[in-house]
Design a protein around this ligand. Structure first.
Ligand code: ATP
Ligand code: MG
Length: 355
């Protein structure tokens, strides 16, 4: 329970005809907290955000903002403009016939005359777009439009800001920069924020917490490190990184695999399990002639910048070859066909009963 939350969803369901887009969604956002809604296309992220904003009529459950109900299943729904929410969409939705400054000021009645001009120029300076104040949107790059959209949302100082895939139209380098600026601005503003993304790295970069969704269902809610290091299931594990998969059976508290014995935790003996191992959990050591209990063969190795990716071949239990990926920090480039010792880091290895 969060004391005095900025936004609360309680048991929210939403149907489009027969499609259940959101199923039993419950979440509380603390004041100033940034929560990311993360999941694949069609999992119900935008619908959840639209329900909170009042752009979609709530069918079941309740939504409260700053403790006050804004939507209830009984048909009660406060109009969007009375919800004190700032919205940023993927396409920025700037007015084409208004300049940057007019776009930012549009509809804001909080400030008068000079105070308004001061607030806007301060914001534009912070966002690094002060020199664009009199341009029209068509003469702005995607990144610049994004900044204008942010300025427009921040100007009235709402208590709650919702952003739907706000960085998806930007190229990688610019996206990193604008994400960084947005994170600091949101935190400075003190507003609670709900940010929709399908990019797990973005969610980990931006979110104080992350809610992972799949087919309308919330799979897990937690801090980024909790979700990455203790994923609730195979879906969540794989959503955050590529994984190596090994199958097996639990026997005496362990699973005997071709690359090592893996602790089965509290899963009962005899259970068929799948083991998901992140590439960084496969630690390799070069050999100098000694033999090892668990060895693999290097197929290819590439340096990718901060880490090297090594393609490996291990001999499966039943004679088949298993292909694995290991990620080693820095430069680690074994020869083709070189035999390597393999150790598994249990902290990035996850075991689930096979479904
Ligand atoms: N207006 C609508 N009418 C009918 N079905 C809809 C409508 N809007 C969304 N849906 C369906 O509801 C489900 C959830 O859609 P939603 O837009 O919330 O997903 P999303 O997670 O935002 O996806 P994306 O990442 O592609 O934006 C999808 O199956 C979608 O096809
Ligand atoms: Mg969407």
């Amino acid at each position: 329970m969060i004391a005095d939350p900025a936004l609360e969803f309680t048991d929210v369901y939403h149907y489009y005809g027969d499609i259940c887009a959101v199923q039993g969604f419950s979440l509380e956002l603390a004041k100033g907290e940034l929560v990311c809604l993360l999941g694949p296309s069609g999992c119900g992220k935008t619908t959840t955000l639209r329900l909170a904003a009042g752009l979609e009529l709530l069918q079941h459950g309740e939504i409260r903002i700053s403790g006050k109900p804004v939507a209830k299943s009984a048909g009660f729904s406060l109009p969007p403009e009375q919800r004190d929410i700032g919205l940023v969409f993927q396409d920025y939705a700037l007015f084409p016939h208004l300049t940057v400054i007019e776009n930012v000021a549009f509809g804001v009645r909080k400030y008068r005359g000079e105070e308004m001009a001061d607030e806007i120029s301060q914001l534009l300076r912070t966002l690094g777009i002060a020199d664009l104040a009199n341009r029209y949107p068509h003469a702005l790059s995607g990144g610049q439009q994004q900044r204008v959209a942010l300025a427009r949302v921040l100007l009235p100082k709402p208590n709650l800001i919702m952003l739907d895939e706000p960085f998806s139209g930007l190229d990688a380098r610019l996206r990193d920069q604008i994400r960084d600026d947005t994170l600091h601005l949101l935190k400075q503003s003190g507003a609670a924020a709900l940010l929709v993304t399908h990019d797990s790295e973005e969610a980990m970069f931006m979110g104080d917490r992350i809610a992972v969704m799949k087919n309308g269902v919330t799979e897990q809610i937690g801090r980024p490190e909790e979700i990455y290091c203790k994923p609730a299931n195979a879906f969540v594990t794989e959503f955050f990184s590529e994984v190596n998969r090994v199958n097996g059976f639990v026997k005496n508290g362990k699973v005997n695999t071709t690359i090592g014995m893996i602790d089965s935790g509290n899963i009962a003996g005899g259970t068929e399990v799948e083991i998901l191992i992140r590439p960084e959990a496969l630690r390799l050591t070069r050999l100098t002639n000694q033999s090892v209990e668990f060895g693999v063969q290097a197929l290819e190795a590439r340096m990718l910048g901060y880490s090297s990716l090594i393609h490996l071949c291990a001999d499966g239990m039943d004679g088949e070859k298993i292909h694995l990926h290991s990620r080693m920090p820095g430069r680690f480039l074994p020869e083709q066909n070189e035999r390597l010792r393999i150790d598994i880091d249990p902290n990035q290895t996850f075991i689930f009963p096979k479904v």
